[in-house]
Design a protein around this ligand. Structure first.
Ligand SMILES: [Zn+2]
Length: 319
């Protein structure tokens, strides 16, 4: 198999189910400690380094535990998961935001994306939010506590994209387009569908000040107009991974992110009788709110207090 940038000979052929993305918090060059904590590293100039052998991040059948010397990259989430990192962000601070003295670079990001595409192809890992995710997404998406890890919620070379999910989605979208563009010899990874009940239903927009409305299912697709304000009723036609194809009351068709809408009515699935789960609805609302807060940091005090008041009134309508 010919790969984009990784050396196929350095990748043990073992079953792996996921990739966890990181930054090291150190310098642009991988040091000895970095090499002990990750499997595949991309340095500031885009050079690739190989750290711990991927084969060690599996369960040892003899002990039922990971092999000695495995790459400890993500708390309680290293088994069968490849630790892939970008070297940098020494001295970075989340709030107030400062990228530190060795910020991630665009060339590094692009090479990191290509390396992920190679790993997804070699290990046949599907590109989904639950399989390929940044460290900062592990706690909100998988529910495994990570003690405030914030890699990656900011891109020093692109301040327009912020927040764990937004940057994770950007990563996955770019990996998918790399997989398509390079004509992989293997079948493309398949995205997980949304749970039954989304398609054919009705949804209400929740994001403030507006929800991006796009021409396709992903952040790489062009925005249509200025987006949709909260409270617009949408008809849902189709779900692809986290994205919903919808029609607005004015008859415009486009795509929105499913995390920022509340399903209010679902078409009865055959024999299943699916009913929207109120806990799930509340959870989606809280998650959407937290994403909004994250996207607005640092924001002015008035904006944040307005968001808090809006959230409080939303919670009242659910209770
Ligand atoms: Zn990390």
């Amino acid at each position: 198999m010919s790969l984009r940038i990784l050396d196929a000979g350095r990748l043990a052929r073992v079953p792996m189910t996921g990739i966890r993305g990181h930054w090291t918090g150190g310098g642009h060059k991988a040091n000895a400690k970095d090499l002990q904590h990750y499997n595949v590293l991309t340095e500031g100039d885009g050079a690739i380094q190989y750290g711990v052998d991927i084969a060690l991040n599996r369960t040892n059948p003899a002990t039922g535990r990971l092999f000695d010397g495995y790459a400890a990259h993500t708390l309680n989430n290293n088994t069968n998961n490849i630790g892939q990192t970008m070297c940098g962000m020494l001295g970075a601070r989340e709030a107030p935001w400062h990228p530190g003295t060795q910020p991630l670079t665009l060339v590094q990001w692009n090479r990191f994306v290509m390396a992920t595409a190679d790993l997804a192809e070699v290990f046949k890992i599907p590109v989904t939010r639950k399989t390929i995710l940044f460290h900062a997404e592990v706690q909100p998406t998988l529910g495994i506590a990570q003690r405030g890890k914030w890699d990656v919620v900011r891109l020093p070379f692109d301040e327009s994209v912020r927040g764990a999910h937004a940057i994770g989605d950007k990563w996955r979208d770019e990996v998918l387009s790399a997989l398509r563009g390079n004509g992989p010899s293997e079948p493309l990874p398949v995205r997980e569908p949304l749970p039954a009940g989304f398609e054919g239903g009705t949804a209400i927009t929740m994001a403030r000040p507006h929800l991006n409305f796009r021409r396709g299912p992903g952040v790489i697709h062009e925005r249509i107009g200025d987006g949709l304000p909260p409270g617009v009723t949408l008809t849902v036609f189709e779900a692809q991974s986290d994205w919903l194809k919808v029609r607005t009351p004015n008859g415009h068709d486009g795509w929105v992110h499913g995390g920022y809408v509340q399903m209010i009515d679902t078409a009865p699935a055959e024999g299943a009788g699916s009913v929207p789960d109120p806990i799930h609805t509340q959870f989606a609302a809280v998650r959407s709110f937290l994403d909004q807060v994250e996207a607005n940091l640092p924001a002015d005090r008035d904006t944040l207090s307005r968001m808090l008041r809006n959230m409080a009134s939303d919670l009242e309508t659910y209770s």
